[in-house]
Write a protein that binds this ligand. Structure first.
Ligand SMILES: Cc1cc2nc3c(=O)[nH]c(=O)nc-3n(C[C@H](O)[C@H](O)[C@H](O)COP(=O)(O)OP(=O)(O)OC[C@H]3O[C@@H](n4cnc5c(N)ncnc54)[C@H](O)[C@@H]3O)c2cc1C
Length: 438
C-alpha cells in the first residue's frame, strides 16, 4: 500500500497542471496514468521520434513537463486504475510483459483528470481493416504507424478532425477530404466567436494552412465504407450531403464523432453528475468531500480549459484559491457550450446502421439484434452488448445516441484484470509454469 496526500488519476494536461500546482504548494503528490508516459491525448509522446518533425518541441508541453518534474510530484505510468473507494483507497493494474501486478494506493485527496475518448457511430463497413477512429489513427501515427503516400479521408465531427488531418498531412499522408457532418450554418456562429480567442483562431488557421489543398466539406457524412478488390480492406467510402451521394477512393478512413468524457471512476465513487459530465464548483470540487475533477470529464472544452481547471484543482488541494484562473475557467466553459452546439449530431446518423452492422465489436452484436430490446440492461442480458473487454466504452455512447439508452451502472473492476494479478509471487510462478506446459 502506497500512501500519498494527493492522488491524481490521469497525466494529461489537466492532471499535469493539477499535480504541479498541488506539489508546488507543499502537497505530497502521486500521479497515475495507464499510459507509460505523461502527456495524455494531445501531448502523447511520439514513441518513434522522427528527425526534423515539427510535432516535436511543443512549447506548452515542454513548459508543463518541466514544471511537473521540478514540482516534486511523482508520476507512475503504466498503471490503470480499475477500482476505487471513496474511503480513500484505489487499486491499479500494471502489466509488464507476461506479468500483471495489482498495487494499492491510499490518499487524502483525489483529483480525477481522466480525460475523454472518441465517440464512434456504427455504419456499414466501419469494421473493415483500414477504418480507424480519427484520434486513434493519430495516436498510431505518433507511435510510428506509417501513413506517407496513403490516401486518407478524415470524417465525423468536431475540432479534432482538423487537428488529425493536419497531423496526418504533415506525416506525408494524402488527405483527400475532411468531411464534417455539421452544417456551415451550425458552425458559423462558433467560428465567428473564435475572434474573441486569438490563440484558438491561430491554432485553427495553422491546421488549415497544412491542409490548403484539402477540401473541408461541411454538412457531409460517410454512409458506408466499401471494401477494395481483396474484399477485406477498405477501398472507398460512400459519402452524402443529404441531397447528393458520391464515392471517394481511399486507403484509410479516420472517423470519429467528437468526444465522450471518461467518467466511470467518478460514477463509481458516486459523484453527482450534470448531464453526461461530473458536476464541479468553482474550485473544481465534486459533490464528494476531498474529491476534485478537472479537464474533459467536467465538459469537453479543449487544452486550455483542461490546464486551467487542473491548476485550480491542484491549488484547491493546497487550500488556495486561483481567482484569476476561475475567471478564465468561466470563459472556457462558455467556449465548451458553443462547441457542443456547433458539433451536435444530425439525426440522419441514427439511420446508418443496417440490421447486420456490428454495434458491439467486443461481443459481435449486430444492430438488428437490438430490435425489440427495451433498455441497456435488457440488451446486455439478452445480447451481451457492452459485456466485452471494453465494458461498453465503445458501443455504450453509440447505443445511447442510436436508441437513447443510458448505461445504468458502473461496476468494478472497471477494466478486465487477470486473476493472476491478485496472486502471490509463488502462485504466479506456478501459473507461469503451468502456462508454459500448456
Ligand atoms: C484520441 C484523442 C486525440 C486527441 N488529439 C488532440 C489533438 O491532436 N489536438 C487537440 O487540440 N486536442 C486533442 N484531443 C483533445 C484533448 O485531449 C483535450 O482537449 C485535452 O487536452 C484534454 O486534457 P485532459 O487532461 O482532460 O485529458 P487527456 O489528455 O485525455 O488525459 C487523461 C489521461 O487520463 C488517463 N486515464 C484515464 N482513465 C484512467 C484510468 N482508469 N487509469 C489510469 N489512467 C487513466 C489517460 O490515459 C490519459 O492519459 C484529443 C482527444 C482524444 C480523445
Amino acid at each position: 500500500m502506497t500512501r500519498t496526500e494527493v492522488l491524481v488519476i490521469g497525466a494529461g494536461p489537466a492532471g499535469i497542471a493539477a499535480a504541479t500546482a498541488a506539489a508546488e504548494n507543499g502537497r505530497q503528490v502521486i500521479v497515475l496514468d495507464d499510459n507509460l508516459n505523461a502527456g495524455g491525448q494531445i501531448w502523447r509522446g511520439a514513441t518513434v521520434e522522427k528527425a526534423g518533425s515539427s510535432h516535436q518541441g511543443n512549447a506548452a508541453k515542454r513548459r508543463a513537463m518541466t514544471r511537473l518534474q521540478q514540482s516534486g510530484a511523482q508520476v507512475l505510468g503504466g498503471r490503470c486504475v480499475f477500482s476505487v473507494e471513496a474511503s480513500g483507497t484505489l487499486q491499479t493494474l500494471q502489466e509488464t510483459g507476461s506479468d500483471s501486478l495489482v498495487e494499492q494506493f491510499q490518499f487524502d485527496q483525489l483529483i480525477l483528470a481522466t480525460g475523454a475518448r472518441e465517440r464512434f457511430l456504427p455504419f456499414p463497413g466501419w469494421t473493415l481493416a483500414g477504418v480507424f477512429g480519427a484520434g486513434g489513427l493519430q495516436a498510431l501515427v505518433k507511435g510510428g504507424y506509417p501513413v506517407a503516400g496513403k490516401r486518407v479521408i478524415v470524417a465525423g465531427t468536431g475540432p479534432l478532425l482538423l487537428a488529425v488531418a493536419a497531423h496526418l498531412a504533415q506525416d506525408g499522408a494524402a488527405v483527400s477530404s475532411v468531411l464534417e457532418q455539421a452544417t456551415l450554418a451550425q458552425l458559423a456562429p462558433f467560428a465567428t466567436s473564435l475572434w474573441a480567442n486569438p490563440a484558438k483562431l491561430v491554432q485553427g488557421a495553422r491546421y488549415r494552412g497544412k491542409l490548403w489543398k484539402t477540401p473541408y466539406r461541411t454538412g457531409s457524412w460517410i454512409i458506408e465504407a466499401i471494401a477494395g478488390s481483396d474484399g477485406r480492406k477498405l477501398g472507398a467510402v460512400r459519402v452524402t450531403n443529404g441531397t447528393r451521394t458520391w464515392e471517394e477512393p481511399c486507403d484509410l478512413l479516420a472517423c470519429g464523432y467528437h468526444l465522450v468524457p471518461n467518467t466511470e471512476i467518478a460514477a463509481l465513487l458516486g459523484c453527482t453528475f450534470r448531464g453526461a459530465f461530473v458536476q464541479v464548483d468553482d474550485a473544481q470540487r465534486t459533490s464528494l468531500p476531498n474529491v476534485f475533477c478537472a479537464g474533459e470529464p467536467t465538459g469537453i472544452a479543449g487544452l486550455e480549459a483542461a490546464m486551467v481547471q487542473g491548476e485550480i484543482a491542484g491549488l484547491s488541494c493546497a487550500g488556495l484559491i486561483g481567482t484569476s484562473l476561475q475567471k478564465r475557467a468561466v470563459v472556457e466553459r462558455a467556449f465548451a457550450r458553443r462547441m457542443e452546439k456547433a458539433f451536435s449530431l444530425r439525426p440522419e446518423l441514427r439511420s446508418l446502421p443496417r440490421a447486420d452492422t456490428i454495434v458491439c465489436r467486443c461481443e459481435d452484436v449486430a444492430f438488428g439484434s437490438l430490435h425489440g430490446r427495451t433498455s441497456w440492461t435488457d440488451a446486455k442480458l439478452q445480447t451481451r452488448c457492452g459485456m466485452g473487454p471494453c465494458q461498453g466504452r465503445t458501443c455504450g455512447p453509440a447505443v445511447e445516441y442510436l436508441l437513447g439508452w443510458r448505461p445504468v451502472s458502473v461496476r468494478q473492476p472497471l477494466f478486465p484484470v487477470p486473476l493472476q494479478a491478485f496472486c502471490s509471487h509463488d502462485e504466479r510462478v506456478e501459473i507461469n509454469q503451468l502456462k508454459e506446459k500448456v
